[in-house]
Every structure is written in structure tokens, then in C-alpha cells.
Design a protein around this ligand. Structure first.
Ligand code: IMP
Length: 209
């Protein structure tokens, strides 16, 4: 059984399309370290969640990166949604020269074992790789290997439309529709999480075969 570590049932709904019944939500609030990148946050969270669960875990960390705001709110997306809310994020971008934005998702897998014999499907971005293999971000390195999978979707920030999905979905438009105007299957086919999950599912199938 794979523990999908999140307090957000919406994420688990999307993940089951890829991982089937072999996945269960682990409602565990890991410490989110401060970093400009999602990778180190997810890697640190996966190590903490694995120690907590003593079973395979998959941490899902996502964020909205708005071009006109130099990538803000990025790793602070959750805090910004809870404090100012998505309508005010949209208002901030309304007058900007560009409404372009990207949604990113990083999945971090940890089961206490190494990955030497496994293929490596992640983008070989140095910072992401460093997060997977290097120090925890809290000054320690407990040696627990973490595998990272990243997915990105590009789109535009628009006035809220639709009532599906969750979070920033109503203000994020991709190919003429907001993510909140798509059902789970449609959103997965284009979304940051769907892309990261597809990479993970392929690798995980090999690993557990
Ligand atoms: P976290 O990954 O749970 O920390 O989420 C960061 C922020 O992004 C929260 O405000 C979530 O609601 C939001 N978020 C995460 N994934 C999605 C998504 O797929 N669509 C829209 N908002 C999302």
C-alpha cells in the first residue's frame, strides 16, 4: 500500500486515476521548509513522512508560479490561498502585461530503500537532483534516498470560472478552459499533477513488479 501524503483529498482523487486502489491518503502535516523550489520541500517532507509511517510514502507539493509576479506565490501558494485568497491573486495580475503562469507539482517518493537499480525518469535539473540526494534542508542528511518526479502545465490567470477541482483551479486557464471547468480525467490529461503522476506510475510499476 502506498501512502499519498497530503491533507487535500482533491489530490488523492486525481492520484487514484493513476495508482488505483493501491493508494491511501495519509493525512500527515509534514514541516514545509522555506525554499524557492518545490523539490527540497517535497524531499524533506517525504523523509519525515516515511519516518512517521514506516511504510512507502509519496509526498505531493504543488504551487502556482505567475510570470508577472516573478514566480510568486510559488512555494508559498498554500499560505497565499489561505490568507489573501485566489480572487486577489487574480486581481494582482489583472493589469499586468502578461497573464502567463505555470502550475508545478513535485512528487517525492521514499520507501527507505535505495534506487540504484532503477531507471531515472526525472528531469535532470541540478537543483532537483540535489534535493533528491543531498542534505535534508534542515542541516542533517539521514541518508534516506528520495525519488522526485516533476510535472508542469502552462496557462493563463483569468477571472474565476467553473466549480470543479480545488485551490487555484478556477483562475488557471489552459487551452481555453480553466482547470475548474474540467472533470478529473480531463484535468489529469493536461495538469502538472497528471504529468508527474504519469512519470511516477510508470517507474513505480517497474519497481513493484
Ligand atoms: P500544497 O501542495 O498542498 O502545499 O498546495 C499548494 C497550494 O496550491 C494550495 O493553495 C493548493 O490549494 C494549491 N494547489 C495544489 N494543487 C493544485 C491544483 O491542482 N490546482 C489548483 N490549486 C492547487
Amino acid at each position: 500500500m502506498l501512502n499519498y501524503v497530503t491533507t487535500n483529498p482533491g489530490k488523492v482523487r486525481e492520484a487514484t486515476d493513476y495508482l488505483g486502489d493501491d493508494v491511501a491518503q495519509l493525512d500527515f502535516d509534514y514541516v514545509e521548509i522555506q525554499s524557492a523550489e518545490l523539490g527540497p520541500i517535497a524531499a524533506r517532507g517525504a523523509r519525515e513522512a516515511y519516518r512517521h509511517a514506516d511504510a512507502p510514502v509519496l509526498v505531493d507539493d504543488a504551487g502556482l508560479f505567475v510570470d508577472a509576479l516573478d514566480g510568486f506565490p510559488g512555494p508559498y501558494s498554500s499560505y497565499v490561498e489561505e490568507t489573501v485568497g485566489i480572487e486577489r491573486v487574480q486581481a494582482l495580475v489583472d493589469d499586468a502585461a502578461t497573464h502567463r503562469a505555470a502550475f508545478r507539482c513535485v512528487l517525492a517518493y521514499c520507501d527507505g530503500d535505495g534506487f540504484d537499480a532503477s531507471p531515472d525518469p526525472i528531469d535532470r535539473d541540478d537543483r532537483i537532483e540535489a534535493a533528491a540526494t543531498g542534505p535534508d534542508g534542515d542541516g542533517s542528511d539521514d541518508g534516506l534516498p528520495v525519488k522526485l518526479f516533476e510535472g508542469i502545465v502552462r496557462g493563463r490567470i483569468v477571472e474565476p470560472r467553473g466549480d470543479g477541482g480545488f485551490g487555484y483551479d478556477p483562475i488557471f486557464e489552459h487551452n481555453g478552459r480553466t482547470l475548474a471547468e474540467m472533470n478529473t480525467e480531463e484535468k489529469n490529461a493536461v495538469s502538472h499533477r497528471g504529468r508527474a503522476l504519469a512519470k511516477f506510475a510508470e517507474w513505480y510499476q517497474e519497481r513493484t513488479r
